[in-house]
Design a protein around this ligand. Structure first.
Ligand SMILES: CC(C)(COP(=O)(O)OP(=O)(O)OC[C@H]1O[C@@H](n2cnc3c(N)ncnc32)[C@H](O)[C@@H]1OP(=O)(O)O)[C@@H](O)C(=O)NCCC(=O)NCCS
Length: 173
């Protein structure tokens, strides 16, 4: 599958080559549909209705998609995936591997992603989040997102119950 053009590509190649020697986690743009299986596996650790590998392959190949991965010691530890239309973008999903949650790395991932979106001409970013998802709500608030609405019963949880989705928006200066 073809790799969409990205301003970060040469730097990403260099980073991936040196990855095994880099002790610190780093964020790089994610365009390789070959990572779809890993994304699906990570997604399944977090959501009752996970997206499968084919869904991620499709998303990664779309020109409107923008994705970043968090790498550490040669392993993809998290990712964020957005879709862009004109000067707006929607964050479709953000996931960190269970073993690295709670360590503040989501800030690094989201900061890099939002900076990339701003550079790509995005002025407004939208997302939906479970109102009970405390880490995600704190993460988004830190990065300038504010609640603009709510969708009662929007999410189906693993136990069959329903949860409210908060809709949030951030304006990228
Ligand atoms: C949401 C997610 C990406 C956040 O990453 P994380 O590594 O867990 O969170 P971080 O350690 O970076 O911390 C983010 C903030 O949440 C806080 N936090 C972390 N765990 C928390 C918890 N269990 N309860 C309350 N707050 C928590 C942190 O203190 C931090 O707040 P701060 O900015 O005020 O310091 C991660 O938890 C995840 O992958 N969850 C599963 C997928 C998911 O829910 N994605 C979001 C869907 S919209």
């Amino acid at each position: 599958m073809s790799r969409p053009a990205t301003t970060f590509w040469p730097f990403d190649w260099w980073l991936s080559w040196w990855d095994a020697f880099l002790p610190e986690p780093y964020v790089a743009s994610l365009t390789d549909a070959g990572e779809a299986r890993t994304l699906a596996r990570l997604h399944a650790t977090a959501f009752a209705r996970p997206w499968d590998r084919h869904e991620f392959e499709r998303l990664l190949c779309e020109r409107s998609s923008h994705a970043h991965a968090l790498w550490r010691a040669g392993t993809l530890q998290g990712f964020v995936l957005s879709r862009k239309a004109a000067d707006e973008a929607e964050i479709l999903t953000v996931v960190l591997a269970p073993g690295v949650r709670g360590g503040g790395l989501s800030h690094k991932l989201l900061r890099a992603h939002l900076a990339h979106l701003a550079q790509a001409g995005v002025a407004h970013v939208h997302l939906e989040v479970d109102e009970g998802n405390a880490p995600a709500l704190k993460l988004y608030a830190r990065h300038g997102f504010e609640q603009v609405g709510a969708r009662t019963g929007y999410y189906l949880k693993a136990d069959g119950s329903r949860a409210t989705a908060l809709t949030m928006r951030a304006d990228l200066a």
